[in-house]
Design a protein around this ligand. Structure first.
Ligand SMILES: Cc1ncc(COP(=O)(O)O)c(C=O)c1O
Length: 437
């Protein structure tokens, strides 16, 4: 049956909707999902998804039970109170903040008052809330290390927060460029409120900051009165066993860092749980001693009201089942990601090593590798690769506003593939690249 469209049906002019909705950055996530949906048989190096190996429905029940038991045993809740906690609307700042504080202490050496933690609908909501709070006037801008996670760019567009790129350097952030960008913005009468960065195995570049680079960045932040928005979804996934460098938040003695946590890769994205650690004090408001987390909570109460109690109970139960440590919960996944990254890097070397104009980086872990080729990598070309060669990747231009180098790069992710799929995918990718050359 064909739908009847009355002649009076509304047609909205895109020019009458918020300008961000017509911005190419806003199309990125849906575009990539849509391409993947059109070519279900293609091997996809595109999504930064966690491995599905080990997902088990029975675990969800066990996590819920573990969390309910925890409420009864440690908080003394009776059955009715446990039910209310899981079935009802709940505390806007979240109910697993104490478990998250303990996890941060155990896994990251970050000591933080649980009251400074706001549990959010993924790190994405935390990002949005922080940007909302910081965009106080027309003069407020955000600096972001480029290439930049597209979810940050999109959130900033929705909030009319201009984003000014800062170059990535060998230490993770180029300090000279950061100082130059700060000076340039201020000379234009603007207020750079914060620098956004992913210091560990960045999305999309795979780049990590060195320890001296982290120390220098904190020094600059203090000198320049700048906040740092540290986004850390991938820090656990080191390619080689060994000590992990401390997060910026663990090194932060002056509340310079707002830490954005995602439980999508370390628990599972279906829960949609993340958090912000926002321990910055608000001067003279609501009496002495208010926290940025409480200001963000006001905004959250008008956006998502509270993060699903059921989702929080699931990740809370997962934490409890692993002694409060996500590092412990991720032992097997860490091995999978190590094996996959190694397979991808060796496979690239075997197939494409020595080819003129083709090179890639060797990240110390995480999900992503940046591959450079001697031809522009466009969305149209992605269509060709999917259609004729059965392989998908993410054109790096999605993470850059305007950059000549990125225009010739693709982001390859191997986190949710098997090693057999990686090998087959690389055969197809090699066919595609050599044909273009
Ligand atoms: C750098 C970065 N930040 C934030 C997110 C979003 O995380 P979440 O799923 O917790 O919203 C992602 C997801 O891929 C990411 O790569």
């Amino acid at each position: 049956m064909t739908a009847v469209v009355p002649s009076t049906s509304v047609r909205l002019d895109p020019a009458d909707l918020h300008a961000s909705l017509s911005d190419p950055a806003m199309r990125s996530m849906n575009f990539l999902n849509e391409v993947a949906g059109r070519f279900p048989d293609a091997i996809s190096f595109a999504p930064g998804r966690p491995t599905e190996d080990g997902f088990d429905l029975a675990d969800l029940h066990a996590y819920l039970d573990a969390y309910a038991l925890h409420l009864a045993e440690t908080k003394g809740y009776d059955r009715a109170r446990v039910h209310r906690e899981l079935f009802q609307y709940g505390r806007t700042k979240g109910i697993v903040h104490e478990l998250i504080a303990r996890q941060l202490e155990l896994d990251e050496g970050i000591t933080v008052d649980p009251e400074a933690i706001l549990v959010t609908v993924g790190a994405q909501e935390a990002l949005w809330l922080v940007l909302r709070a910081l965009r106080a006037t027309d003069r407020d801008v955000l600096l972001a290390v480029a290439p930049t996670y597209v979810g940050l760019t999109g959130a900033a567009r929705l909030l009319d927060m201009p984003v000014r790129p800062v170059r990535e350097g060998p230490d993770g952030v180029d300090p000279d460029d950061l100082l130059a960008q700060l000076a340039a913005a201020r000379a234009e009468g603007l207020r750079p409120r914060a620098l956004y960065l992913v210091p560990d195995f960045s999305n999309p570049s795979g780049r990590s900051m060195t320890l001296p680079g982290r120390a220098r960045l904190l020094e600059i932040a203090a000198e320049q009165d700048l906040l740092l928005l540290e986004d850390n979804p991938y820090g656990f996934f080191q390619a080689v066993e060994g000590e992990r460098p401390p997060t910026l938040k663990a090194l932060d003695t002056g509340q310079r860092v707002v830490y954005l946590g995602s439980l999508s890769k370390t628990c599972f994205p279906g829960a949609r749980v993340g958090f912000a650690v926002a321990d910055q004090r608000i001067a003279g408001r609501d009496g002495a001693g208010g926290l940025l987390a409480d200001e963000l909570s006001k905004a959250k109460s008008m956006l998502t009201v509270n993060t699903s109690a059921v989702s929080q109970a699931l990740v809370g139960g997962m934490l409890l089942k692993h002694g409060g440590s996500l590092l412990r919960a991720n032992r097997r996944q860490i091995d999978t990601y190590r094996r996959n990254l190694d397979c991808l890097l060796r496979g690239l070397a075997r197939r494409l090593g020595g080819l003129d104009g083709v090179h890639w980086n060797t990240p110390g872990g995480g999900f992503f590798v940046g591959l450079t080729v001697p031809f522009p990598v466009t969305d149209e070309l992605l269509d060709v690769a999917a259609n004729r060669y059965g392989v998908l990747f993410t054109p790096m231009r999605h993470f850059h506003d305007d950059d000549e180098v990125a225009a010739h790069q693709m982001r390859l992710s191997c986190s949710s593939l098997t090693t057999d799929q990686i090998e087959t995918g690389l055969d197809r990718l090699t066919g595609f690249i050599t044909a273009r050359i």
